[in-house]
Design a protein around this ligand. Structure first.
Ligand code: KG4
Length: 354
């Protein structure tokens, strides 16, 4: 089954074609980073408009030279920027309607987890997943291809957001996660003290607002004492390294504790922050061959992961009606289509959950 998939939940426009959930036939990703960098963060209206402009040419590019037809159309329907999601979902609806193909809505976090199926054809649930991205930080038991149980997560900022906001405070631009980790490479991660927050009675939950505030205070105090010379007064690589270490320590301790307590051998790391080398290295030290990390191009937002998950949603009987909505927030455990067929229906258009 070839699935044409769209991903527009934030600031990447992405189109892909995936065969049987495991093989990427085409994958196009267009980042809008340059457009948003000017404002120091994603501007939702600019994101929506840019998706609208990019989708048709990107789809043509993804389909050019493709052998064999498309059997179904998938799109990210939640969570994300609502305007951006609606653009991609409605584009997919138009495409599905015009070609008489079924439409499969996909949860963005489920997609991030499915990136691991593309990287490792042998991987099957059950396993434990840590989804660490710009908008989400969740620890999830993947019980089946469409069955999840959330074990923990952040109570406030996502880990990627914590990196981006720190990078902004240090004047590293947007999105700053990668820049901050590059700066940290030459620093001493023991030089500055940053807090590691723990949440009472919730051993697998995290909080990153305190570490961010600690950095804000450090920078603020340096600016008050040294004015424009504040960057020379601080050892910036060591600030970045110490901050990164604090975030990574919290992530690694929760991931390892949860996977062990819940008795999972296989642990998958997913989401854009999986590009962080320090995080990957620490997880490899603690978990050895138990940790599975897809390549960077599959960890950041892309449509191939959506096409992969859509295949398993389709096998589970998910078909969306044209009235399918997009949602800015939506639990990963909950099906996006409320009615799931008990037996696997054929891929006929728009039946099932309307
Ligand atoms: O998964 P993703 O592409 O988008 C979301 O779904 O959120 O993740 C993007 C996030 C951004 O916050 C970015 O700063 C962060 O991943 N990121 C990193 C690194 N590379 C990307 N964070 C830390 N270290 C990196 N090397």
């Amino acid at each position: 089954m070839n699935i044409l998939a769209f991903e527009t939940s934030c600031d990447e426009t992405a189109v892909a074609v995936v065969r049987d959930g495991r093989e990427i036939l085409a994958s196009e990703v267009l980042s809008q980073t340059d457009l948003h960098a000017l404002y120091g963060g994603v501007v939702p209206e600019i994101a929506s408009r840019s998706h609208l402009e990019a989708l048709a040419p990107l789809t043509a590019k993804a389909l050019s030279g493709m052998e064999g037809g498309v059997d179904a159309v998938a799109a990210t329907a939640a969570p994300g920027l609502i305007g951006a999601l609606l653009v991609g979902l409605n584009f997919a609806k138009g495409y599905a309607m015009a070609l008489g193909l079924p439409l499969i809505p996909v949860h963005h976090i489920r997609g991030h987890i499915a990136a691991a199926y593309l990287a490792e054809p042998e991987l099957e649930p059950p396993f434990f997943a840590a989804v660490v991205s710009g908008g989400n930080t969740l620890l999830i038991e993947v019980l089946g291809y469409t069955e999840y149980r959330v074990a923990g997560g952040t109570r406030d900022d996502a880990a990627g957001e914590a990196f981006d906001k720190a990078a902004r405070l240090l004047g590293l631009g947007y999105p700053g996660g990668a820049a901050l980790s590059r700066l940290a490479e030459t620093g001493d991660d023991t030089k500055y003290a940053f807090p590691r927050a723990a949440i009472q009675d919730a051993p697998f939950d995290m909080s990153f607002s305190g570490v961010k505030t600690a950095l804000r205070n450090l920078v603020h105090n340096a600016k008050q004492l040294y004015g424009d010379g504040w960057t020379d007064a601080l050892d910036l690589p060591s600030v970045a390294a110490s901050y990164q270490k604090a975030v990574v320590d919290v992530l690694v301790s929760r991931i390892v504790a949860a996977a062990d307590a819940l008795a999972y051998h296989t642990v998958v790391l997913a989401g854009g922050v999986a590009a962080n080398r320090k995080l990957c290295a620490e997880l490899r030290v603690r978990l050895g061959s138990r940790i599975h990390i897809p390549p960077v191009y599959l960890c950041g937002d892309n449509a191939a992961m959506i096409g992969s998950q859509a295949y398993y949603e389709a096998l589970a009987g998910v078909r969306a009606p044209l009235s399918q909505n997009a949602y800015a927030t939506y639990g990963v455990e909950k099906a996006l289509c409320q009615i799931q067929a008990k037996t696997i229906p054929p891929l006929s258009p728009f039946r099932g959950c309307g």
